[in-house]
Design a protein around this ligand. Structure first.
Ligand code: NIG
Ligand code: FE
Length: 433
């Protein structure tokens, strides 16, 4: 349970509900709901890492608690791993409030894209935006996310669709990494749409991505993952495969926007290539989902997007029954999902996708961590892991999705340091101002 009597920098004790989300593997199928809960639980932290987890009496006996130890009494609270948002498009210029009205009048999302609106509108605004304007726009969103309990976020490029602006977006993410306490994971989504310069020449654009952009991004270590919007009218499975195979050869992890509106083989492709995740999956075939389960591809569902596009949400129940590991994410972007609040999306996962609160928390912690390549570092509260922890003002974990749209995150801890505290009073706090 602990590594000897190490001095604790931080001790959270007497948690009414402590959810560890162990073990540190993707939680598949029925494992997603088998969430081990420790009553009167405690977590001890030294030098940013977890040194003990268990019952308060056991943890207190196993670590040294001195005058410099910050002690947070979590009686009446729920303590969980820091939340992980494994799919966002957080760096962009402009907004698309004008299109919201179109969506409400029933204009299909793909029609907007075909008319040069949608993603293309954000591409124009992002090309025009300065580097600093993009940084300044993204920072408050990250601050918002932290305050709601999110400690790790994946961010995609994809609003440049040309070398200069794609690099600008990826460099903005790199800059944000220096400025925020959050861990950020950069993903290259140069294949988000066909740029106007390559209209009717998508194969040539894919060749450009493979031969010019990927080597440069790899050389500059600007992205960990490569993603593609595989969808009829955007990129075909064959074009997606060409890009992703090249990305794999160059050492990138793989992600796919798969089967969002129509089933076109995206889930099957993700399984064949051993992608880390396939995301959206509202229209995924049974065969595709089965293949993903066999290949260990994480299914990332994005119920906020279904809500905004007014489409039937992904059927998480079916995915879990098929033995998949399901994660949830905001998909925050200015078009299909201007939702930046992961706990709200956890509520939607329960209300629209058939998840239980236990499954939703699993999907937003350990499975989300594996969906963005951080499963061995964050996502669960285990000895040796990074101390990313949230204390929710909730006696039980079900309150987190049940109190729809309410921020219950009271204390947010990143790498052992308190990075957000709401105005609500804690039971007992020592050592913090
Ligand atoms: O994941 N589906 C493709 N891409 C994004 C939407 C981006 C946008 O509309 O700006 C998504 O929903
Ligand atoms: Fe997306």
């Amino acid at each position: 349970m602990s590594r000897g009597r190490q001095r604790a920098d931080l001790l959270i004790n007497h948690a009414s509900t402590l959810v560890t989300m162990s073990p540190s593997i993707p939680h598949t199928g029925s494992m997603m709901s088998q969430v081990a809960v420790i009553r009167d639980g405690a977590v001890a932290v030294s030098e940013g890492r977890i040194t003990a987890v268990g019952k308060t009496t056991e943890v207190e006996a196993s670590v040294e608690i001195g005058p410099s130890t910050t002690v947070l009494d979590a009686n009446g609270k729920t303590v969980t791993p820091g939340l992980v948002d494994p799919h966002t498009h957080l760096v962009f210029g402009g907004w698309r409030a004008d299109e919201f009205g179109c969506l409400l009048r029933g204009v299909p999302y793909k029609q907007l894209l075909a008319e040069g609106k949608g993603i293309q509108q954000t591409v124009r605004a992002t090309r025009e935006a300065s580097f600093m304007a993009l940084v300044e726009k993204a920072m408050p969103v990250l601050d918002w996310m932290v305050r709601w309990g999110v400690t790790t976020v994946e961010i995609k490029s994809g609003y440049g669709l040309e070398l200069e602006t794609e690099l600008k977006q990826l460099n903005v993410i790199r800059q944000l990494m220096q400025m925020t306490t959050l861990d950020l994971i950069p993903t290259f989504l140069g294949a988000h749409a066909i740029p106007p310069e390559y209209k009717d020449r998508p194969d040539e654009y894919i060749s450009f991505l493979v031969n010019v952009m990927l080597p440069l991004i790899s050389e500059r270590h600007l992205a960990e993952f490569v993603d593609v919007f595989c969808e009829p009218g955007v990129f075909t499975p064959s074009q997606s495969e060409t890009l992703l195979k090249a990305a794999k050869d160059q050492g990138f992890g793989l992600k796919i926007h798969a089967d969002e509106m129509e089933s076109s083989g995206g889930a099957e492709l993700a399984a064949r290539l051993g992608a880390t995740s396939a995301d959206h999956l509202m229209a995924a075939s049974d065969e595709g989902l089965d293949a993903m389960a066999r290949a260990g591809v994480i299914a990332v569902i994005l119920p906020g997007t279904s809500l905004v596009l007014r489409k039937p949400a992904a059927n998480a129940r079916r995915m879990i029954e098929k033995g998949l590991a399901v994660a949830i994410a905001t998909d925050f972007n200015p078009g299909s999902c201007p939702v930046q609040t992961l706990p709200l999306v956890m509520s939607l996962a329960c209300l629209l996708c058939g998840m239980t609160p236990e499954e939703a928390l699993c999907a937003a912690t350990i499975n989300a961590a594996f969906a963005c390549g951080r499963g061995n570092v964050v996502g669960s509260l285990e000895v040796g892991k990074q101390a990313d922890i949230v204390i929710f003002n909730a006696p039980d974990l079900s309150y987190i999705p049940y109190r729809v749209g309410t921020n219950l995150a009271e204390v947010v801890i990143k790498k052992g340091k308190i990075v957000s505290r709401s105005q609500f009073k804690m039971g007992v706090i020592q050592g913090v101002g």
